[in-house]
Design a protein around this ligand. Structure first.
Ligand code: FE
Length: 341
């Protein structure tokens, strides 16, 4: 979770404010967000300047916000829920929290495979393979399938199999290759573990740089963040690793998203649609994606990000984001059976 103590305090203040006072003048919108980046602040401010709609924002951990939405039920003041990862957005969908939005703007600007039944993606991240330049050859890690190959025995590091990032990756493998192949892959990766899964993606990258692992799986923005860091130790770590866009001769590199949906009991539905359409605008797309070293979902919007530019172009998987959610539960069962914890 991308979250700092100051935000928790802000969340508490907003929480208490939201319950007792409606905005005194004009329109308002209530947003529950499990995504927080500094640049998102500018984004929200710009929306209010453009539309006059005041934003009340509650930030919290994904599970806390989902629990809160369930408890509030039809009395929830929340209009829009924002979070990262298709598996989590699908969880909100399965709980029946979202309402579909009909919008010509969203349909025109966001490619169909990045929209689900009742939620929409606003930025893209890729799940890449990171390798130690001094001990692993890039040609040995060109595809996700290589991670399960015995040639990488004792070399693979990853975060937990119950984390949404890995669940979505496995969901994409189920969608492309079927359950049996996905399970064989999961077992192969477990057999290649350098250590039991622990920590987040950045911990895996640093373990590769430190020589504890030969190979790791990571979301692209953690790599970009390390590359853009001013800290000498981060720059040293970045210099020791190589990055591969997996599956370039196949389905393309696995893509995940940040996204949002309008809530079923939203008290301000018109404002909610305006906000979602705003997130698809050129300026908002740039802020939303670049603030976390991600890519916009609107194809015509480009960001100039030195770290992402340095990583180069790649072929991205165009599997519909809804499929990632559809296979999420199966993915968890397979990881459990395979001992990928
Ligand atoms: Fe993350």
């Amino acid at each position: 979770m991308h979250f700092r103590p100051a935000c928790r305090l802000l969340a508490l203040l907003l929480c208490s404010g939201i319950a007792v006072s409606a905005h005194a003048h004009g329109q308002e919108i209530n947003i529950y967000s499990a995504r927080h980046y500094q640049t998102d602040e500018q984004l929200y401010g710009e929306f209010t300047r453009k539309t006059g709609i005041h934003i009340n924002r509650i930030e919290g951990k994904e599970e806390e916000l989902l629990e809160r939405l369930r408890n509030e039920g039809a009395n929830s003041p929340a209009d829009v829920f924002i979070t990262v990862n298709a598996a989590r957005l699908s969880a909100a969908h399965e709980l029946g929290l979202f309402a579909p939005v009909k919008s010509k703007v969203l349909e025109a600007r966001i490619p169909a495979h990045l929209r689900a039944d009742d939620w929409i993606s606003f930025s893209k991240r890729a799940r890449v393979i990171v390798y130690a330049k001094d001990s692993v050859k890039p040609e040995d890690v060109r595809n996700y399938a290589d991670l399960a190959d015995p040639k990488l025995k004792g070399k693979v590091c990853t975060r937990s199999g119950s984390h949404p990032y890995n669940l979505s990756l496995l969901a994409s493998i189920i969608a492309h290759r079927g359950e049996a192949a996905a399970e064989a892959w999961a077992r192969g990766v477990v057999a290649n573990f350098a250590r039991q899964p622990k920590g987040g993606d950045t911990d895996q990258i640093k373990a590769v740089a430190a020589g504890e692992c030969g190979v790791a799986i990571s979301n692209s923005y953690y790599v970009a963040r390390l590359m853009r860091s001013d800290k000498p130790e981060d720059q040293k770590a970045a210099a020791r690793i190589g990055v591969v866009w997996p599956d370039q001769d196949g389905n393309g590199t696995h893509i995940n998203v940040s996204g949002a949906g309008m809530l079923r009991h939203a008290p301000h539905k018109d404002a909610a649609v305006k906000f979602l359409e705003y997130l698809a605008s050129d300026d908002a797309q740039r802020y939303f994606a670049d603030g976390n070293n991600e890519w916009p979902v609107v194809p015509s919007v480009k960001v100039a990000n030195p770290a992402l530019d340095a990583l180069g172009n790649f072929k991205a998987d165009t599997l519909p984001v809804g499929s990632l959610g559809m296979y999420r539960a199966k993915a968890q069962m397979i990881f459990d059976r395979a001992g990928f914890r």
